[in-house]
Design a protein around this ligand. Structure first.
Ligand SMILES: [Zn+2]
Length: 344
């Protein structure tokens, strides 16, 4: 067995949570074509290969344009179920025990898809995988930040009547899409409303945007976790605060590479932040578009950044600690990981 195979096996064997994952970003080209055919939707790509060949991005916006086109094939409950099922099976193969899944209802409701269709399809797959495979998952309803706060508020109000029906799954609120020019302060009121309703809060910040967006997401939106947050390093006082308060950063290394946030993986700051004591985690973001699921992200970082097995296990430990799992489940996985780390 080569070192690479054994390292991949070690990574797969780490019980881990995936905390930064957009379900629409798990649509593989094959599934996009299958759903387009089923729903009679014409795609501007001749084949799976031409679509995959278009996955060369120069920045966040060039990716988002393609991402929204891909999501347009999602119409029925069955479509949302098939997408979610495919992701959960893939995550399970990577040793994911718990997944916190972001979804963008506005991408779908704007095309006439009912909120209920989105929830119902995803829930079917999530509950099935919980029963059949013991894989737990939760939903984070995310607002598109390039749209207005009023539209975000309407989306929240539209989803609220479904809360009770999906209260085993829907636990939180997120903020994603085009970061630059759409700072956290644009969404203060809708986050305030969500907080009052008892939702857990996360937001993308400091991916392409500056460190001040991370600060404002914490101070003005009162989020518990920062999605990405890699720009925090530009502000040493902020970095110290993140370490001191152990505020989780859900880092997505292969995404950062694909969207040119870092010129190559060897220059990524994941290992630096980890060694500084920050609560960093490794995630796949939009794995179908960025060339790798969560296991691939761990493995690529292990190679490019020289992460030790103890550090890889520490990253998995952080992912469980930073999750919104119930305390009992959290302790169970942490206990397993601590035992495993002792043996390294
Ligand atoms: Zn993201």
């Amino acid at each position: 067995m080569s070192n690479d195979t054994s390292l991949a096996g070690f990574i797969r064997g780490l019980p881990k949570a995936e905390l930064h994952l957009h379900i629409e970003g798990t649509l593989e080209p094959e599934l996009i074509f299958a759903l387009a055919r089923r729903n009679g939707i014409a795609l501007p790509y001749a084949s799976v290969d031409t679509l995959r060949a278009a996955y060369r991005f120069k920045d966040l916006q060039s990716f988002l344009d393609l991402y929204y086109a891909g999501a347009s094939v999602l119409v029925t409950e069955d479509d949302f179920e098939a997408m979610t099922q495919a992701y959960l099976e893939r995550a399970q193969a990577d040793g994911v025990m718990h997944a916190e899944i972001m979804f963008d209802p506005q991408t779908h409701t704007a095309r006439g898809v009912a909120m209920e269709t989105i929830f119902a399809g995803m829930a079917r797959a999530m509950r099935r995988m919980r029963e059949s495979a013991g894989l737990s998952s939760r939903l984070l309803l995310s607002f598109l930040r390039h749209l207005t706060e009023q539209e975000a508020m309407q989306t929240l109000e539209q989803a609220l009547p479904l809360r009770e029906r999906y209260d085993d799954l829907w636990v939180g609120i997120g903020l994603d899409s085009s970061e630059r020019g759409n700072p956290p302060e644009k969404f203060v009121r809708v986050f305030e409303r969500a907080r009052g309703l008892g939702f857990r809060l996360v937001a993308h910040a400091g991916e392409e945007g500056p460190a001040s967006y991370v600060r404002n997401a914490l101070d003005m939106l009162h989020v518990e976790r920062i999605d990405h947050g890699v720009a925090s390093e530009q502000d040493p006082a902020l970095m110290q605060r993140l370490v001191r308060a152990q505020i989780p950063l859900t880092v997505c290394p292969l995404s950062n590479l694909k969207l040119c946030v870092f010129p190559d993986l060897a220059q990524h700051n994941l290992a630096r932040m980890l060694r500084l004591g920050a609560m960093v985690t490794v995630n796949s973001d939009d794995p179908a578009y960025f060339g790798g699921y969560v296991g691939d992200n761990y493995l690529a970082c292990a190679h490019a950044l020289g992460l030790t097995r103890a550090e890889l296990a520490g990253l998995a430990r952080n992912s469980i600690a930073a999750s919104f799992l119930d305390d009992k489940d959290k302790q169970r996985w942490l206990h397993q990981l601590d035992a495993l780390i002792k043996e390294i």
